[in-house]
Write a protein that binds this ligand. Structure first.
Ligand SMILES: [Zn+2]
Length: 85
């Protein structure tokens, strides 16, 4: 008897769009799960950067998961730091 497998294939992930780096004045396009480009992420204090990583939820950039208040707060902190530096 032939073994028939019905492997449930996950649909491919929705194509999420790159966005502009959130650093003021920077127009580099970055991956949706990045807050800023490489250079500017590196400029953030590690505490803020870690908060962005820690609170990011997969899918939030394509509307699959709501932004958490924690992420919004981390983003605000990053934004403030960026504008001040
Ligand atoms: Zn940048």
């Amino acid at each position: 008897m032939p073994f028939v497998s019905h492997i449930q294939r996950k649909p491919p992930p929705l194509k999420s769009q790159p966005h502009e780096c959130n650093w003021p004045g920077c127009e580099l396009m970055v991956k949706p799960d990045r807050w800023a480009c490489r250079v500017h992420l590196a400029k953030l204090p590690s505490l803020i950067r870690h908060r962005l990583w820690a609170t990011y939820r997969i899918g939030q950039d394509i509307g699959e998961a709501p932004l958490t208040p924690e992420y919004e707060e981390a983003e605000r902190a990053a934004q403030e730091w960026a504008s001040a530096n």
